[in-house]
Each structure stands twice: as structure tokens, then as C-alpha cells.
Design a protein around this ligand. Sequence first.
Ligand code: GTP
Ligand code: SPV
Ligand code: MN
Length: 588
Amino acid sequence: MTTNKQVLNWIEEIKSLVTPKEVIWIDGSEEQLEKLRQECVETGELIRLNQEKLPGCYLHRSAQNDVARVEGRTFICCRDKNDAGPTNNWEDPQVMYARLKELCSGVMKDRTMYIIPYSMGPIGSPFSKIGFEITDSKYVVLNMAIMARIGQKVLDQLGDSNDFVRGLHTTGSVDPENRYICHFPEDNAIWSVNSAYGGNVLQGKKCFALRIASFQGRNEGWLAEHMLILGIRDPKGNTRYIAAAFPSACGKTNLSMLIPPKSFLEKGYSVWTVGDDIAWIRKGEDGRLWAVNPEAGFFGVAPGTSEKSNPNALEATRKNTIFTNVVHDLTDNTVWWERMTKQPPAHELRNWKGEPWDGTDGTPGAHPNSRFTAPAINCPSISSEFNSPNGVPLDAIIFGGRRAKTAPLVYQSFDWNHGVFVGSVMGSETTAAATGQVGVVRHDPMAMLPFCGYHMGDYFAHWLKMGEGLGEKAPKIFNVNWFRTDDEGKFIWPGFGDNLRILLWILGRCDGSAGAVETALGWQPSTSDICLDGLDITEDEMNTLLSIDKDLWKTEVEGIHKFYEKFGDRLPKELKAQLAALEERLGK
Ligand code: GTP
Ligand code: SPV
Ligand code: MN
């Protein structure tokens, strides 16, 4: 399949370590993938679903101890510990390689080793990067085939180049005590051992497209971000693009596929999905920032996805999709998850563990981090620019989190550097996307806390640098919070499609047509600046959503001081100055 010596030598090295029973190159052909699906059905790794209702769809159940990313076992292994920074786990590369080699020694002796050549980004695009994932999991092969561009065409593009990421994955024994997700940014290498789940092992996604790519981007002058990308077409036919960073399970997929409220559809607005999780951002020849989605599919949160909340995502999962850890409806041989419909169907059901379940015992049927892996091209709202090699130009960048009280619905930063500050101090409640406690507020700068492949202080400096020289062409930077709750803990803002109302205020700020008032946090809309046509929300509720509780913010500022202290002298002085200015505005 290739004569690239660097590739072949590396593969020989891995082969002699893991000693596979057999080696298969993934060429990307449908015949080969179909054969793998068939084999998975025979071993029970996949359940073939109702092919009339869900053609090409399968259900997979992961090991019960292997259902989410494991941040505590994710490492950045660079030579100097200081380069990994205070927010990453670090281990010396030589020590970690030795440990991993021991765990991987002979690990594939009874297994087939698959070699997946993949491209993050459209093949041949100046944004794109190539990687290889060697894996013993057919499930990983089939997911990677949806999530990335794979196969012979990638090898043809690579030619004899040595510029590729070397990835090894083994499901191993799925032993959580010996689970390691390791990145060697200085070697362009990724090793995932003893897991077979999502962001731990679909290496193109978080491992490469964020952790390794963020390191590459710092060295090469671009950004790899945990951001959706969407386009909004206005009634005149102009499309403008926005990228938005929210932490895991905080609404990126939903926002990227939003369907405008009825009155906006009637006016002629439409929303187009470029990406739902990751954006690679570069300065274009025109001096603007351009963004590409390096992925080819969606690895989306299943629970909560419904005809009402996100019909585009639901539609994307109606064919050629792999469902992981959702409810199996045995009567129909289909799938179900919480809030797809109000009640689970009155059918014979199996929960995500494969046990009989009828929804009456208070346990969830689908795992809260159950997912669908769906081809992007299935999505009715997929943008015409999805495959564009140069990506799309950004008018605005949004940061957001899940905050019950502190953060208002929306505000605009004063300028780029202030926007970087706003991103750097993001806080959000933890979710089921990673193992650990759910609902605890933590600092998650730019939604990159678990994904930045180098020192976070240097990352902030890189963000500041990316803004230099952009001038008027710099995307405007905003902060949103869809998750503010009332005293009973209910979300006040309706969210989902209605988020368009906020996006339009944001675009209005970008072209100067929308009004705002200056507050301690930045520029904020008054209620009358947001189009609330057809929305059942009171003036009081809007005021609550937009309000800033100064006492809460003073506590917040103390937390930011503590958080910033971690970065020592690698914290850019611009951000210290921004924090001081915020304190000043809040009034001591
Ligand atoms: P990752 O794939 O983990 O990076 O998650 P994501 O950021 O793409 O989150 P996603 O869109 O899948 O949403 C996660 C959860 O948030 C789902 O349960 C959604 O129903 C819920 N959610 C998304 N948007 C909104 C919103 O506007 N309002 C409210 N209240 N909930 C939302
Ligand atoms: C996230 O956790 O942000 C995800 C899912 O998008 S995973 O691929 O598991 O990282
Ligand atoms: Mn994500």
C-alpha cells in the first residue's frame, strides 16, 4: 500500500513489540469495512440493527468500566515537565515508553493488527495532517472510518513524507488500573492502552486533532480548538461563520445543527453545520482567521437528542451509524435513549449493560455518555463548505460554559486580548463526558483543559499572539451561558433553536447593527437588543439572564487569582492586567 520507508520501519518496530497474529492494512474500501462489520456481528462486538429502519446501523456495548475519557490517566510526555504545565499529567517520555512497551509486549499475539492511515482535514488541504492508528480493535477501525478520511488515498497524499503522527492503540485487557492515554508531542506519537472507548482511542479526535495538533499549531502559528463551526445565512443570502468553544457535553453539537425558530425560518434564516467538536484555525492570505473541521463525522452525545431538541443530529443517525451504550429495543431491533421520547417504548428493552430494563427502576437505560458515531454527510444541515480545503472565515468566536448562576446569557469582550482573558477564565460544571464527579464547577480555559498538549500559560500567550496584526479583521469574541437556572434549578433560557436569537445579536455586534451597554464584564445587550418574537419569556426572566451578581463575581475573581497562580511566570502579563481591570470594574 505504501513504499514510505519511515512508515514501514515504524510499523515493523510496533509489529515486533505487539507480535500480532495477522496484519491488515485498512484501504478504506467499502468491501473491507463491510467484512469487518460482518466479523463484529459474529463475535457480538456489534449488533446489527433493523436494516429497514436503520440501514447500515449497529449497536456496540463497551466494557462497563470503559465509558468515558479518563483525564486522570491521560498524559503529556514531553522531555521537560515544565513544558506540560500545571494542568496536564506528565511523565518522562523514556519512563512512559518503557511502561507502555511492557504493557504492549506480545499484546496482539492472538489478535489482528489493523493499520489505519487517516487524514485530519480534507485530503490535500493546506490545513490537513496525516496520522496512522495501529489498533487491535475492529470497533476502532469502523469508528475511525466514519470520523476521519481514511485509506489508500491518505497514503497517496503522504507519499514519502515523514510528517505523520504515529499512533498505537491496544484494547489490551481493558484494565482501568493500567489504562494509559499518552501523548509524545515531541515525537508526534500517541499510545492508548487498555481502553476501547471514544476520545481515549479514536486517536484522530482528541489525541491528535487537539492535544498533538495544539502543540503543532503553537510551533507553526495556528490554533487547534475544541470548537464547533457553523454558518448563518441571512435572508439576503449572505453566510457568516462563527466558531464556539464549550466544554464536553455543553452543547456544541446542538448549537452547530440548530434549527431556527419558526419566525426566523419564515424570514429566511438558515444555519449550516461545518463542524461540531473541533476547529483548526489559521490566518488566511486575506488577513482573516479561517477555520476547518478536521473530522469527517460526529461522535455525539445520545441522551437528550430528539426530534424536538436536535432533529438534524437525529436524522444524521438514521443510517450508517454506530451507537455505543444506548438502550436496545428488542421488539423493533432499534435504539432508544433518555429524552428521545418522553417515555421509553413499551417494548422489550435492554439497558446499556445489556440487562432487561423498562425504565421504572430509576436507573438510566442509556449511559449518560452514550454516543452515536455518524457520518457528517448524513446531516441535513451540513455546510456546502464542509470539504472546502481553505475552510470558512470567522466573524465571531464564542466561549461558553455550564453555569447555574454566575455567567450571564451573553456578553461581548472589549477587544481580542480581553476576549482571550474571557476564554482563559471560563468555568463550567463537569459532565459525564469524562469519568469523575459530575456537576462540579472547574476552570476550563477555552474548553481545552483536558485537551491542551502543552503548558496552558504558553497556550494563552499563543492566543494573544494569534490576535496580533488582525486589526479590524479579528473575529469578535463573546461569552455565552445557556444553562442559567432559577431557584428551582430549572433552565431559564429555552436554549437549542432559540440560541439563534443570541447568535444574531452576536453577528449584529460584528457588523455594527446591534446595540449594547457597557458592563463590568464587557458589552451586553439590553432585552430590547435581542429579537424575542414568538418567544414565551418574561422581561423579568430576561433581566435575570442578563444580570451580573457582583458578589458572585468577586468570589469568581478570587478563584481566578488562585487558578492563575498555577501558571507562575508563564502567565502572560496581559492577562494579569485584564484581571486587574475586571476587579477595578467590579469595584472593590
Ligand atoms: P461533546 O461531544 O462531549 O464535546 O459535547 P457537546 O459540547 O457537543 O454537547 P451536546 O451538544 O452533545 O450537548 C450536551 C447536552 O447538553 C445534551 O444533553 C443537550 O441536550 C444539552 N444541551 C445542548 N444545548 C442546550 C441548550 O441550549 N440548552 C440546554 N438547556 N441544554 C442544552
Ligand atoms: C468530549 O468529551 O469532548 C467528546 C467526546 O467530544 S470524546 O471523543 O470522548 O472526547
Ligand atoms: Mn468534545
